[in-house]
Design a protein around this ligand. Sequence first.
Ligand code: IMP
Length: 428
Amino acid sequence: MANVTVIGAQWGDEGKGKLVDWLSNRADVVVRYQGGHNAGHTLVVGDQTYKLSLLPSGVVQGKLSVIGNGVVVDPWHLMSEIETLRGQGIAITPELLVVADNACLILPIHRDLDQAREKAAINKIGTTGRGIGPAYEDKVGRRAIRVADLADREALEAKIDRLLAHHTPLRRGLGLPEVDAAALLADLLAMAPRVLEYARPAWLLLDQQIKAGRRVLFEGAQGALLDVDHGTYPYVTSSNTVAGQAAAGSGLGPKGPGYVLGIVKAYTTRVGEGPFPTELFDDVGRHLGEVGREVGTVTGRSRRCGWFDAALVRQSVALNGIAGIALTKLDVLDGLPTLKICTGYTLDGAAIGYLPAGLRAQAALAPVYEEMEGWTQTTQGARSWKDLPANAVKYVRRIEELIGAPAALVSTSPQRDDTILMRDPFHD
Ligand code: IMP
Protein backbone atom coordinates (compact mmCIF):
# COMPACT_ATOMS: atom_id res chain seq x y z
CA MET A 1 0.00 0.00 0.00
CA ALA A 2 1.53 3.32 -1.05
CA ASN A 3 -0.10 5.65 1.46
CA VAL A 4 -0.62 5.42 5.21
CA THR A 5 -3.01 7.40 7.40
CA VAL A 6 -2.22 7.67 11.10
CA ILE A 7 -5.12 8.49 13.41
CA GLY A 8 -5.61 8.55 17.16
CA ALA A 9 -8.07 5.78 18.03
CA GLN A 10 -9.11 7.13 21.46
CA TRP A 11 -9.41 10.71 22.77
CA GLY A 12 -6.09 11.98 21.43
CA ASP A 13 -2.64 11.98 23.02
CA GLU A 14 -2.05 8.35 22.00
CA GLY A 15 1.55 9.06 21.00
CA LYS A 16 0.93 9.77 17.31
CA GLY A 17 3.87 12.18 17.07
CA LYS A 18 6.47 9.51 17.65
CA LEU A 19 4.86 7.03 15.25
CA VAL A 20 4.40 9.64 12.55
CA ASP A 21 8.02 10.66 12.95
CA TRP A 22 9.06 7.00 12.72
CA LEU A 23 6.91 6.39 9.63
CA SER A 24 8.04 9.67 8.01
CA ASN A 25 11.33 7.95 7.42
CA ARG A 26 9.55 5.59 5.03
CA ALA A 27 7.39 8.30 3.39
CA ASP A 28 8.10 11.01 0.81
CA VAL A 29 5.36 13.45 1.83
CA VAL A 30 3.66 14.11 5.19
CA VAL A 31 0.22 15.79 5.26
CA ARG A 32 -1.90 17.33 8.05
CA TYR A 33 -5.56 17.33 7.01
CA GLN A 34 -7.66 18.55 9.99
CA GLY A 35 -7.47 20.43 13.26
CA GLY A 36 -5.07 23.26 13.91
CA HIS A 37 -2.54 24.17 16.57
CA ASN A 38 -4.68 22.46 19.20
CA ALA A 39 -2.68 19.29 18.49
CA GLY A 40 0.42 18.57 20.53
CA HIS A 41 2.92 16.22 18.97
CA THR A 42 6.10 15.54 20.88
CA LEU A 43 9.00 14.01 18.99
CA VAL A 44 12.06 12.81 20.84
CA VAL A 45 15.11 12.27 18.65
CA GLY A 46 18.27 11.47 20.58
CA ASP A 47 18.64 14.25 23.16
CA GLN A 48 16.44 16.70 21.22
CA THR A 49 12.72 17.14 21.91
CA TYR A 50 10.59 18.82 19.27
CA LYS A 51 7.12 20.06 20.12
CA LEU A 52 4.84 20.54 17.14
CA SER A 53 1.26 21.77 17.14
CA LEU A 54 0.57 22.77 13.57
CA LEU A 55 3.45 21.72 11.38
CA PRO A 56 3.38 18.19 9.98
CA SER A 57 5.90 16.00 11.84
CA GLY A 58 7.69 15.33 8.53
CA VAL A 59 9.46 18.71 8.79
CA VAL A 60 11.80 17.27 11.41
CA GLN A 61 12.99 14.62 8.93
CA GLY A 62 13.24 17.10 6.06
CA LYS A 63 10.29 15.54 4.19
CA LEU A 64 7.93 17.49 1.95
CA SER A 65 5.26 18.59 4.45
CA VAL A 66 1.78 19.78 3.58
CA ILE A 67 -0.82 21.64 5.65
CA GLY A 68 -4.00 20.65 3.82
CA ASN A 69 -7.24 22.56 3.21
CA GLY A 70 -8.97 20.80 6.14
CA VAL A 71 -6.63 22.44 8.66
CA VAL A 72 -7.40 25.81 10.26
CA VAL A 73 -4.24 27.90 10.25
CA ASP A 74 -3.30 30.60 12.75
CA PRO A 75 -0.71 32.49 10.67
CA TRP A 76 1.02 34.04 13.70
CA HIS A 77 1.33 30.67 15.35
CA LEU A 78 2.59 29.13 12.10
CA MET A 79 5.41 31.65 11.93
CA SER A 80 6.36 31.24 15.57
CA GLU A 81 6.47 27.44 15.24
CA ILE A 82 8.65 27.74 12.14
CA GLU A 83 10.99 30.07 14.05
CA THR A 84 11.20 27.77 17.07
CA LEU A 85 12.14 24.81 14.88
CA ARG A 86 14.67 26.91 12.99
CA GLY A 87 16.20 27.70 16.36
CA GLN A 88 16.56 23.95 16.91
CA GLY A 89 18.41 23.59 13.62
CA ILE A 90 15.50 22.42 11.41
CA ALA A 91 15.48 24.14 8.02
CA ILE A 92 11.98 25.07 6.85
CA THR A 93 11.70 26.46 3.34
CA PRO A 94 8.85 26.86 0.81
CA GLU A 95 10.32 23.85 -1.03
CA LEU A 96 9.75 21.79 2.10
CA LEU A 97 6.56 23.22 3.53
CA VAL A 98 3.34 23.83 1.60
CA VAL A 99 0.21 25.44 3.04
CA ALA A 100 -3.01 24.85 1.06
CA ASP A 101 -4.14 28.14 -0.45
CA ASN A 102 -7.75 27.20 0.31
CA ALA A 103 -7.20 26.54 4.04
CA CYS A 104 -9.12 28.83 6.41
CA LEU A 105 -7.39 31.11 8.91
CA ILE A 106 -7.70 31.30 12.67
CA LEU A 107 -7.72 34.96 13.74
CA PRO A 108 -7.35 36.57 17.17
CA ILE A 109 -11.15 37.07 17.22
CA HIS A 110 -11.56 33.28 17.15
CA ARG A 111 -9.27 32.82 20.12
CA ASP A 112 -11.10 35.58 21.99
CA LEU A 113 -14.44 33.90 21.40
CA ASP A 114 -13.18 30.43 22.34
CA GLN A 115 -11.67 31.68 25.61
CA ALA A 116 -14.59 33.94 26.51
CA ARG A 117 -17.06 31.10 26.06
CA GLU A 118 -14.98 28.76 28.19
CA LYS A 119 -14.65 31.43 30.88
CA ALA A 120 -18.33 32.22 30.83
CA ALA A 121 -18.86 28.46 31.21
CA ILE A 122 -21.58 28.54 28.57
CA ASN A 123 -21.48 25.00 27.36
CA LYS A 124 -17.97 24.47 28.77
CA ILE A 125 -16.06 21.91 26.67
CA GLY A 126 -12.58 22.29 28.13
CA THR A 127 -11.13 23.41 24.80
CA THR A 128 -7.48 24.25 24.20
CA GLY A 129 -8.58 27.89 23.92
CA ARG A 130 -6.84 28.38 20.60
CA GLY A 131 -9.84 29.43 18.54
CA ILE A 132 -10.30 26.15 16.71
CA GLY A 133 -14.08 25.85 17.14
CA PRO A 134 -14.95 29.47 16.20
CA ALA A 135 -12.66 29.24 13.13
CA TYR A 136 -14.48 26.13 11.89
CA GLU A 137 -17.82 27.83 12.61
CA ASP A 138 -16.83 30.65 10.27
CA LYS A 139 -15.64 28.14 7.66
CA VAL A 140 -18.97 26.35 7.46
CA GLY A 141 -20.73 29.71 7.85
CA ARG A 142 -19.00 30.74 4.58
CA ARG A 143 -17.43 33.86 5.99
CA ALA A 144 -13.90 32.68 6.80
CA ILE A 145 -10.75 34.29 5.44
CA ARG A 146 -8.72 31.79 3.48
CA VAL A 147 -4.97 31.76 2.84
CA ALA A 148 -5.42 32.88 -0.79
CA ASP A 149 -7.38 35.97 0.37
CA LEU A 150 -4.17 37.32 1.88
CA ALA A 151 -2.98 38.09 -1.64
CA ASP A 152 -6.05 40.19 -2.46
CA ARG A 153 -6.42 43.37 -0.42
CA GLU A 154 -9.91 44.13 -1.75
CA ALA A 155 -11.26 40.69 -0.99
CA LEU A 156 -9.67 40.84 2.42
CA GLU A 157 -11.33 44.15 3.26
CA ALA A 158 -14.76 42.89 2.21
CA LYS A 159 -14.27 39.65 4.11
CA ILE A 160 -13.24 41.43 7.29
CA ASP A 161 -16.43 43.53 7.13
CA ARG A 162 -18.54 40.43 6.63
CA LEU A 163 -16.77 38.61 9.43
CA LEU A 164 -17.14 41.48 11.86
CA ALA A 165 -20.83 41.86 11.07
CA HIS A 166 -21.12 38.38 12.57
CA HIS A 167 -18.60 38.73 15.40
CA THR A 168 -19.42 42.19 16.72
CA PRO A 169 -22.78 41.23 18.30
CA LEU A 170 -21.25 38.02 19.65
CA ARG A 171 -18.41 39.97 21.25
CA ARG A 172 -20.82 42.50 22.75
CA GLY A 173 -22.83 39.68 24.27
CA LEU A 174 -19.69 38.32 25.93
CA GLY A 175 -18.42 41.74 27.07
CA LEU A 176 -15.44 41.69 24.69
CA PRO A 177 -14.06 44.97 23.25
CA GLU A 178 -14.93 46.08 19.70
CA VAL A 179 -12.55 44.97 16.96
CA ASP A 180 -10.82 47.64 14.91
CA ALA A 181 -11.31 46.49 11.30
CA ALA A 182 -8.49 48.69 9.98
CA ALA A 183 -6.03 47.31 12.54
CA LEU A 184 -7.02 43.71 11.72
CA LEU A 185 -6.54 44.44 8.01
CA ALA A 186 -3.14 46.00 8.65
CA ASP A 187 -2.03 43.04 10.79
CA LEU A 188 -3.11 40.57 8.12
CA LEU A 189 -1.44 42.53 5.33
CA ALA A 190 1.76 42.69 7.34
CA MET A 191 1.66 38.93 7.88
CA ALA A 192 0.56 38.08 4.32
CA PRO A 193 3.92 37.85 2.49
CA ARG A 194 5.35 35.50 5.12
CA VAL A 195 2.44 33.06 4.78
CA LEU A 196 2.01 33.40 1.02
CA GLU A 197 5.58 32.19 0.55
CA TYR A 198 4.31 28.73 1.47
CA ALA A 199 0.85 28.90 -0.16
CA ARG A 200 0.06 26.61 -3.10
CA PRO A 201 -2.80 24.46 -4.39
CA ALA A 202 -1.94 21.53 -2.14
CA TRP A 203 -4.40 19.16 -3.87
CA LEU A 204 -2.53 19.64 -7.16
CA LEU A 205 0.86 19.05 -5.61
CA LEU A 206 -0.42 15.89 -3.90
CA ASP A 207 -2.00 14.63 -7.11
CA GLN A 208 1.34 15.09 -8.88
CA GLN A 209 3.24 13.42 -6.06
CA ILE A 210 0.96 10.41 -6.07
CA LYS A 211 1.11 10.09 -9.86
CA ALA A 212 4.89 10.14 -9.56
CA GLY A 213 4.67 7.14 -7.20
CA ARG A 214 5.59 9.02 -4.02
CA ARG A 215 4.47 7.65 -0.67
CA VAL A 216 2.21 9.89 1.36
CA LEU A 217 1.74 9.79 5.11
CA PHE A 218 -1.42 11.47 6.42
CA GLU A 219 -0.99 12.69 9.98
CA GLY A 220 -4.20 12.89 11.99
CA ALA A 221 -4.56 15.12 15.04
CA GLN A 222 -6.71 14.57 18.16
CA GLY A 223 -8.54 11.23 18.30
CA ALA A 224 -11.53 9.46 16.75
CA LEU A 225 -13.69 9.93 19.86
CA LEU A 226 -13.17 13.70 19.53
CA ASP A 227 -14.63 13.64 16.01
CA VAL A 228 -17.39 16.22 15.59
CA ASP A 229 -19.79 13.57 14.18
CA HIS A 230 -18.64 10.34 15.74
CA GLY A 231 -17.18 11.44 19.06
CA THR A 232 -18.68 12.18 22.46
CA TYR A 233 -20.55 15.25 21.14
CA PRO A 234 -20.61 18.05 22.23
CA TYR A 235 -17.39 17.24 24.15
CA VAL A 236 -15.41 16.99 20.94
CA THR A 237 -13.20 19.10 18.73
CA SER A 238 -14.72 20.92 15.75
CA SER A 239 -13.29 18.86 12.89
CA ASN A 240 -13.74 15.35 11.56
CA THR A 241 -10.84 13.43 13.04
CA VAL A 242 -11.69 10.05 11.50
CA ALA A 243 -9.51 8.65 8.72
CA GLY A 244 -12.03 9.47 5.97
CA GLN A 245 -11.20 13.13 6.49
CA ALA A 246 -7.67 12.53 5.16
CA ALA A 247 -9.23 12.53 1.67
CA ALA A 248 -11.48 15.60 2.00
CA GLY A 249 -9.01 17.56 4.09
CA SER A 250 -6.21 17.24 1.58
CA GLY A 251 -8.09 17.18 -1.72
CA LEU A 252 -7.53 13.56 -2.65
CA GLY A 253 -10.20 11.03 -3.51
CA PRO A 254 -11.27 8.24 -1.18
CA LYS A 255 -8.39 5.98 -2.25
CA GLY A 256 -5.86 8.52 -0.95
CA PRO A 257 -5.70 7.53 2.72
CA GLY A 258 -4.48 3.94 2.02
CA TYR A 259 -3.57 1.82 5.04
CA VAL A 260 -5.16 3.20 8.20
CA LEU A 261 -2.96 2.81 11.27
CA GLY A 262 -4.80 3.48 14.54
CA ILE A 263 -2.62 4.68 17.38
CA VAL A 264 -3.84 3.13 20.60
CA LYS A 265 -2.54 3.81 24.07
CA ALA A 266 -2.27 0.71 26.31
CA TYR A 267 -4.68 2.46 28.73
CA THR A 268 -7.07 5.40 28.22
CA THR A 269 -6.73 9.16 28.76
CA ARG A 270 -8.72 12.25 27.93
CA VAL A 271 -8.35 16.00 28.52
CA GLY A 272 -11.24 18.38 28.90
CA GLU A 273 -14.83 17.61 29.80
CA GLY A 274 -17.03 14.72 28.68
CA PRO A 275 -17.89 11.10 29.37
CA PHE A 276 -15.12 8.60 30.12
CA PRO A 277 -16.52 5.23 31.25
CA THR A 278 -13.24 3.65 32.47
CA GLU A 279 -11.89 6.75 34.25
CA LEU A 280 -10.07 6.00 37.51
CA PHE A 281 -10.04 8.29 40.53
CA ASP A 282 -7.82 6.04 42.66
CA ASP A 283 -4.10 5.28 43.09
CA VAL A 284 -3.98 3.34 39.81
CA GLY A 285 -5.29 6.41 37.95
CA ARG A 286 -2.68 8.58 39.65
CA HIS A 287 0.01 5.99 38.87
CA LEU A 288 -0.90 6.02 35.16
CA GLY A 289 -0.84 9.82 35.11
CA GLU A 290 2.53 10.06 36.85
CA VAL A 291 4.40 7.23 35.14
CA GLY A 292 2.84 8.08 31.78
CA ARG A 293 3.58 11.81 32.30
CA GLU A 294 0.02 12.54 31.27
CA VAL A 295 0.15 16.30 31.00
CA GLY A 296 -1.13 18.11 27.91
CA THR A 297 1.55 19.37 25.47
CA VAL A 298 -0.56 22.36 24.43
CA THR A 299 -2.31 23.43 27.62
CA GLY A 300 -0.26 21.84 30.41
CA ARG A 301 -3.46 20.34 31.86
CA SER A 302 -3.35 16.97 33.63
CA ARG A 303 -5.05 14.27 31.61
CA ARG A 304 -7.75 12.08 33.11
CA CYS A 305 -6.60 8.43 33.15
CA GLY A 306 -8.35 5.04 33.12
CA TRP A 307 -8.19 1.39 32.11
CA PHE A 308 -8.02 0.29 28.50
CA ASP A 309 -11.48 0.43 26.93
CA ALA A 310 -11.71 -2.23 24.22
CA ALA A 311 -15.33 -1.37 23.38
CA LEU A 312 -14.32 2.19 22.57
CA VAL A 313 -11.39 1.14 20.39
CA ARG A 314 -13.52 -1.53 18.66
CA GLN A 315 -15.87 1.30 17.67
CA SER A 316 -12.90 3.32 16.48
CA VAL A 317 -11.63 0.42 14.36
CA ALA A 318 -14.98 0.41 12.55
CA LEU A 319 -15.30 4.21 12.22
CA ASN A 320 -11.85 4.62 10.74
CA GLY A 321 -11.42 1.40 8.78
CA ILE A 322 -8.33 0.65 10.87
CA ALA A 323 -6.17 -2.04 9.26
CA GLY A 324 -3.70 -2.32 12.13
CA ILE A 325 -2.84 -0.58 15.37
CA ALA A 326 0.31 0.80 16.93
CA LEU A 327 0.10 0.15 20.66
CA THR A 328 1.88 2.81 22.69
CA LYS A 329 2.99 3.32 26.30
CA LEU A 330 2.82 -0.36 27.24
CA ASP A 331 5.72 0.31 29.64
CA VAL A 332 3.48 2.56 31.76
CA LEU A 333 1.71 -0.63 32.90
CA ASP A 334 4.99 -2.24 34.05
CA GLY A 335 4.76 -3.35 37.68
CA LEU A 336 0.98 -3.16 38.09
CA PRO A 337 -0.04 -6.51 39.67
CA THR A 338 -3.47 -6.68 38.00
CA LEU A 339 -4.71 -5.09 34.80
CA LYS A 340 -8.30 -4.52 33.80
CA ILE A 341 -9.68 -4.32 30.27
CA CYS A 342 -13.17 -3.00 29.61
CA THR A 343 -14.89 -5.36 27.18
CA GLY A 344 -18.28 -3.63 27.02
CA TYR A 345 -20.76 -1.79 29.22
CA THR A 346 -24.08 -2.14 30.96
CA LEU A 347 -26.67 0.58 30.55
CA ASP A 348 -29.63 0.52 32.93
CA GLY A 349 -28.84 -3.13 33.60
CA ALA A 350 -28.66 -4.25 29.94
CA ALA A 351 -25.44 -5.20 28.10
CA ILE A 352 -24.27 -2.81 25.38
CA GLY A 353 -21.11 -3.22 23.30
CA TYR A 354 -20.65 0.33 22.03
CA LEU A 355 -20.75 3.96 23.08
CA PRO A 356 -24.30 5.16 22.48
CA ALA A 357 -24.91 8.62 20.96
CA GLY A 358 -27.00 10.13 23.78
CA LEU A 359 -25.23 12.15 26.46
CA ARG A 360 -27.24 10.75 29.33
CA ALA A 361 -26.63 7.20 28.11
CA GLN A 362 -22.89 7.85 27.72
CA ALA A 363 -22.65 9.20 31.25
CA ALA A 364 -24.65 6.28 32.69
CA LEU A 365 -22.52 3.48 31.20
CA ALA A 366 -21.01 1.04 33.67
CA PRO A 367 -17.89 -0.69 32.32
CA VAL A 368 -17.66 -4.49 32.31
CA TYR A 369 -14.10 -5.55 33.07
CA GLU A 370 -12.02 -8.65 32.66
CA GLU A 371 -8.86 -8.95 34.71
CA MET A 372 -5.41 -10.03 33.63
CA GLU A 373 -2.24 -10.64 35.55
CA GLY A 374 0.36 -7.89 35.10
CA TRP A 375 4.14 -8.26 34.74
CA THR A 376 7.03 -7.22 36.98
CA GLN A 377 9.80 -6.89 34.37
CA THR A 378 10.30 -3.70 32.40
CA THR A 379 9.09 -3.46 28.83
CA GLN A 380 10.67 -0.05 28.35
CA GLY A 381 12.93 0.13 25.33
CA ALA A 382 12.03 -3.38 24.05
CA ARG A 383 12.70 -3.63 20.33
CA SER A 384 11.58 -7.18 19.64
CA TRP A 385 8.53 -9.22 20.50
CA LYS A 386 10.67 -11.74 22.35
CA ASP A 387 11.95 -9.01 24.71
CA LEU A 388 8.44 -8.66 26.15
CA PRO A 389 7.36 -10.56 29.29
CA ALA A 390 4.82 -13.34 28.57
CA ASN A 391 2.00 -11.47 30.34
CA ALA A 392 2.66 -8.34 28.28
CA VAL A 393 2.37 -10.44 25.11
CA LYS A 394 -0.90 -11.90 26.44
CA TYR A 395 -2.19 -8.38 27.12
CA VAL A 396 -1.43 -7.25 23.55
CA ARG A 397 -2.96 -10.42 22.07
CA ARG A 398 -6.15 -9.98 24.12
CA ILE A 399 -6.46 -6.39 22.96
CA GLU A 400 -6.10 -7.48 19.32
CA GLU A 401 -8.84 -10.07 19.83
CA LEU A 402 -11.24 -7.68 21.54
CA ILE A 403 -10.87 -4.80 19.10
CA GLY A 404 -10.72 -6.91 15.94
CA ALA A 405 -7.47 -5.46 14.54
CA PRO A 406 -3.86 -6.69 14.66
CA ALA A 407 -0.95 -4.86 16.27
CA ALA A 408 1.38 -3.69 13.51
CA LEU A 409 3.70 -1.91 15.92
CA VAL A 410 4.32 -1.64 19.63
CA SER A 411 6.06 1.47 20.94
CA THR A 412 8.02 0.97 24.16
CA SER A 413 9.46 4.42 24.92
CA PRO A 414 9.33 7.95 23.51
CA GLN A 415 12.61 7.29 21.65
CA ARG A 416 12.28 6.88 17.89
CA ASP A 417 13.93 3.43 17.72
CA ASP A 418 12.25 1.81 20.73
CA THR A 419 9.62 0.26 18.51
CA ILE A 420 8.64 -3.34 17.78
CA LEU A 421 7.59 -3.78 14.18
CA MET A 422 5.29 -6.68 13.25
CA ARG A 423 4.02 -5.35 9.93
CA ASP A 424 5.23 -2.41 7.87
CA PRO A 425 2.12 -0.35 7.09
CA PHE A 426 3.71 0.92 3.87
CA HIS A 427 4.09 -2.67 2.65
CA ASP A 428 0.93 -4.28 3.98
P1 IMP B 1 -10.57 22.31 20.84
O1 IMP B 1 -10.06 21.36 19.79
O2 IMP B 1 -9.53 23.25 21.35
O3 IMP B 1 -11.84 23.00 20.42
O4 IMP B 1 -10.99 21.43 22.12
C1 IMP B 1 -12.09 20.53 22.10
C2 IMP B 1 -11.78 19.26 22.88
O5 IMP B 1 -10.78 18.53 22.19
C3 IMP B 1 -11.26 19.49 24.28
O6 IMP B 1 -11.73 18.44 25.12
C4 IMP B 1 -9.75 19.37 24.12
O7 IMP B 1 -9.12 18.99 25.33
C5 IMP B 1 -9.68 18.27 23.08
N1 IMP B 1 -8.45 18.32 22.28
C6 IMP B 1 -8.14 19.16 21.29
N2 IMP B 1 -6.93 18.88 20.79
C7 IMP B 1 -6.48 17.81 21.45
C8 IMP B 1 -5.28 17.02 21.36
O8 IMP B 1 -4.39 17.24 20.54
N3 IMP B 1 -5.21 15.98 22.23
C9 IMP B 1 -6.19 15.68 23.10
N4 IMP B 1 -7.31 16.38 23.22
C10 IMP B 1 -7.45 17.43 22.41
